[in-house]
Design a protein around this ligand. Structure first.
Ligand code: TRP
Ligand code: SF4
Length: 328
C-alpha cells in the first residue's frame, strides 16, 4: 500500500521555541510514521520579509536543522531538505506565476494583515505578494496530499488548491492532486508573559535554551497577579504557569498545585519548581541530541544536503511533467 504524502516547512527567520515544538514539530514526528513525509526549511520564504538583513539566514538554517533533528525528525523516515537547495522550487514558482491572477494573491488574508503589522520594512514587494504562491510551489512540487499547518496557514493551502485546479484545467492534464490542510489539536502554550508565545514578544523558551536558562525564565514568569504575597490565594485558571502544568505535569500533581494555589498552601516558587523539573525531564532527549549536533553542526547540514538531493529527484520528475504539460 502506498502511503499518502505530507509536506510542511518553517521559515528560517529565527530560532525555534517550545511553541514550534508543541504546535508543529511533535506532530510532524508522529506523522512521519504513517505518511511519506517531506519536511523542509523555507529559507527563501525568510527573504520575503527579511531580504534587507540576511546576515543571519545561514545561521538560522543550521539552527533549525539542528532543532528538526533534535525534536525527532528522522532522515530514515522523512525527506528533510532546504528550499534553496532544491532550485526547482524557483522554476515552478515562476511558471505558476504566469497563470496566477493578481487578485488571488491580493485577497490572501495574511498579505494585508502582515503588511499592516510589520511597519518597519517595505513590504510592498513582488516577493512578498508572491509568498503563498512560492508556498504553493513547495507543496505541489511533491504532489502532497496533506499539509500539516496551523490555522493561520489554511488560506495558503486553499490558494494551492485553486492554483492546482487552474493548472490542471489550463493544460488539460491532471498533473497535480489538490492538497488539503491537516489541522491538529495542539495544547495551549502561553509565553512567559501570558501572551501567545512568539519571538516578536520576546517571551519564548528556545529549544536551544539550557535547563538552567529554562529554569531562570520560568522562575520570573508571570503568575496570577492576585498572589502578591505568599499568603494571598490565587486562581490557576488565570496563571500561565498552570498552562505549563497542564502540558507537563501528572494529573495528581496538577490537582495538588491547583488546590495549593487556591488556598495559598503552595507558593509560586515551589509551584514553578515542580513544573520546571517536569519540563527539563521531558526535554532531556531533545537537549541531548541538541548538544551533540551543536558540537557537530556539519553533521546536521550533511543530513539536510542528502535530503535535499532526494527531494531534488522528486522535484525533477515533477518539473519534467510540468514542462511537458506546458510544452516548454
Ligand atoms: N508559510 C509557512 C509558515 O510561515 C512556511 C512554509 C513555506 C510552508 N512553505 C510551506 C508550510 C509549505 C507548509 C507548506 O509557517
Ligand atoms: Fe500560578 Fe502556581 Fe502561583 Fe498559582 S501557585 S499563581 S498556578 S505559579
Amino acid at each position: 500500500m502506498t502511503k499518502e504524502r505530507i509536506l510542511s516547512g518553517m521559515r528560517s527567520s529565527g530560532a525555534l521555541h517550545l511553541g514550534n515544538l508543541l504546535g508543529a514539530l511533535q506532530n510532524w514526528v508522529q506523522l512521519q510514521k504513517d505518511y511519506e513525509a517531506f519536511y523542509f526549511i523555507a529559507d527563501w520564504h525568510a527573504l520575503t520579509t527579511g531580504y534587507a538583513d540576511t546576515a543571519q539566514i545561514r545561521t538560522w538554517v543550521r539552527e533549525i536543522a539542528i532543532d528538526y533533528l533534535s525534536a525527532g525528525l528522522d532522515p530514515d523516515e522523512s525527506v528533510l531538505f532546504v528550499q534553496s537547495q532544491v532550485p526547482e522550487h524557483a522554476e515552478l514558482h515562476l511558471l505558476l506565476s504566469m497563470l496566477t491572477p493578481l487578485a488571488w494573491l491580493e485577497r490572501v488574508p495574511t498579505f494585508k494583515e502582515q503588511q499592516q503589522e510589520i511597519k518597519d520594512r517595505e513590504l510592498n514587494t513582488y516577493g512578498f505578494l508572491g509568498y503563498p504562491l512560492l508556498q504553493t510551489a513547495d507543496i505541489i512540487m511533491y504532489k502532497a496530499n496533506w499539509v500539516p499547518v496551523g490555522a493561520d496557514q489554511v488560506s495558503h493551502v486553499e490558494l494551492s488548491r485553486e492554483i492546482v485546479r487552474r493548472f490542471n484545467h489550463t493544460y488539460d492534464r491532471a498533473v497535480f492532486p489538490e492538497p488539503q490542510p491537516k489541522l491538529t489539536e495542539v495544547p495551549k502554550l502561553p509565553g512567559l508573559d501570558g501572551r501567545k508565545m512568539s519571538k516578536s514578544y520576546d517571551n519564548v523558551i528556545y529549544l536551544s535554551d539550557s535547563p538552567d536558562t529554562l529554569s531562570k525564565k520560568v522562575k520570573v514568569m508571570m503568575t496570577d497577579p492576585a498572589r502578591k504575597r505568599r499568603t494571598d490565594p490565587g486562581d490557576p485558571e488565570l496563571c500561565p504557569v498552570f498552562d505549563f502544568h497542564r502540558i507537563y505535569s501528572t494529573e495528581a500533581d496538577r490537582q495538588e498545585v491547583a488546590h495549593g494555589c487556591r488556598t495559598a498552601g503552595i507558593g509560586c516558587i515551589d509551584c514553578k519548581g515542580k513544573v520546571i523539573d517536569r519540563m527539563v525531564e521531558d526535554l532531556q532527549p531533545l537537549h541531548e541530541k541538541r548538544a551533540h549536533y551543536t558540537a557537530h553542526p556539519d553533521e546536521a547540514m550533511d543530513v539536510m544536503r542528502d535530503g535535499s538531493q532526494r527531494a531534488r529527484q522528486v522535484a525533477q520528475e515533477t518539473m519534467a511533467e510540468v514542462r511537458d504539460a506546458m510544452h516548454i
